[in-house]
Design a binder for this molecule. Structure first.
Ligand SMILES: C[S@@+](CC[C@H](N)C(=O)[O-])C[C@H]1O[C@@H](n2cnc3c(N)ncnc32)[C@H](O)[C@@H]1O
Length: 282
C-alpha cells in the first residue's frame, strides 16, 4: 500500500481533471499523428504510471478495439480509477518490476512518469514486456505558457497560509519526485541507448483558454474547475489544521472566475502546455 504521491505530491482530482483536459478529444488529432497506432488492430496497450487513469480512459475511447492495462504504485489512484473508469484493467504495481510476462504488449505508453523512475529500469522493463516491433510512447511535459486572470491572483489568505507552512528544500526529493529529468535531446538519446529503434519525436500543443470560442461551455468550465481542484488539493496536501480561510478564498476566486465566464466577460487567461512524445520500436 503506497499513497505517497496522492497524499503529498499531486492529489487525485488535480491529476484526473488536468489530464482529462490534456487528453480531451479536441487534441486527439495531434496525438494520433505522432502515436501512429493502428485503430483497426486489437492492440494490447500498457500504460505505465497511470495515476487516476485519465489517459487510459481517453485511449479506451480513441482505440476501441484495444485491450488496455494501466499500472501505478499509488493505491489511491488505482482505487479511484477502478471506481470511476470502466473497460480498463487497473493494476497496483511498480514500473521497475512490471508484473507482466515478456513479449506481451503491442504498445507501452506513459505521461510525465519517466523523470521519476530510474532510466534503465524504466526503459528496459517496457522493452521486456513489449512484443518484438512493439511501440514505446513516452510523453513528457515541456515548458509552456501561463497567464493568470487578475481575479485568480494569489489572495492574502493563501499567501498567509503558505507562509505558515514550513518548507524543507528537499521536500519533493524525499518523495522521489523528478530525480531523473532529461532535456528534449537527452530523452530520445536515452531511449536509443536502451535498445529502442527508429526513435522519433513530436510535440502536441495543448491550449487551455476558457474564453476561446473553439471550446464548449462544458470544456471551458472544466478548465476553471481543474485549476480550482489543483489549488484546493495543494492546500490540503500541506496537512494543516489552519486551512479554512485559504480554502474559502480559493473557492471564492474560482466562483468569481466562473461568474465572469458565464457573463461573457472575457479574461483571456491561458495555460498552454507542450507535451513531447518520444516514440521508439522494440
Ligand atoms: C506526475 S504523475 C503522472 C500520472 C499520470 N501519468 C498522469 O499523467 O496523470 C507520476 C505518476 O507516476 C507514478 N509512479 C512514480 N514512480 C512509479 C513507479 N516506480 N511505479 C509505478 N508508478 C510510479 C506516481 O504514483 C504517479 O501516479
Amino acid at each position: 500500500m503506497d499513497s505517497i504521491w496522492s497524499e503529498h505530491v499531486q492529489g487525485v482530482m488535480t491529476l484526473y481533471l488536468s489530464r482529462k483536459l490534456r487528453f480531451d478529444d479536441h487534441f486527439f488529432a495531434q496525438y494520433d499523428q505522432i502515436f501512429r497506432l493502428d485503430h483497426n488492430k486489437e492492440l494490447r496497450i500498457l500504460e505505465i504510471g497511470c495515476g487516476p487513469g485519465a489517459l487510459a480512459e481517453s485511449l479506451h475511447r480513441w482505440y476501441p478495439k484495444a485491450r488496455i492495462t494501466a499500472i501505478d504504485r499509488d493505491s489511491n489512484f488505482i482505487a479511484f480509477a477502478r471506481n470511476n473508469i470502466a473497460g480498463i484493467s487497473f493494476v497496483e504495481g511498480d514500473a521497475t518490476h512490471l508484473p507482466f510476462e515478456n513479449d506481451f504488449f503491442d504498445v507501452t505508453i506513459s505521461n510525465t512518469v519517466q523523470e521519476h523512475v530510474e532510466p534503465t529500469a524504466f526503459w528496459s522493463e517496457q522493452r521486456r514486456v513489449l512484443k518484438p516491433e512493439g511501440v514505446c510512447l513516452c510523453l513528457s511535459a515541456r515548458k509552456g505558457i501561463q497567464c493568470t486572470a487578475p481575479c485568480l491572483e494569489i489572495t492574502s489568505e493563501e499567501k498567509e497560509f503558505w507562509d505558515s507552512i514550513p518548507q524543507t528544500e528537499d521536500e519533493l526529493e524525499k518523495y522521489g519526485v523528478c530525480q531523473y529529468p532529461m532535456s528534449e535531446a537527452e530523452l530520445p538519446a536515452s531511449m536509443e541507448k536502451h535498445g529502442f529503434m527508429s526513435v522519433t519525436t513530436g510535440y502536441a500543443i495543448i491550449d487551455l483558454t476558457p474564453d476561446a470560442t473553439k471550446y464548449s461551455n462544458k470544456v471551458a468550465e472544466a478548465m476553471i474547475e481543474a485549476d480550482r481542484w489543483s489549488s484546493l488539493e495543494a492546500i490540503k496536501s500541506a496537512h494543516s489544521d489552519h486551512a479554512d480561510k485559504a480554502i474559502a478564498a480559493v473557492n471564492h476566486k474560482y466562483d468569481e472566475r466562473l461568474g465572469l465566464y458565464r457573463a461573457g466577460k472575457k479574461q483571456w487567461d491561458t495555460s498552454v502546455s507542450i507535451t513531447m512524445v518520444i516514440r521508439g520500436i522494440k
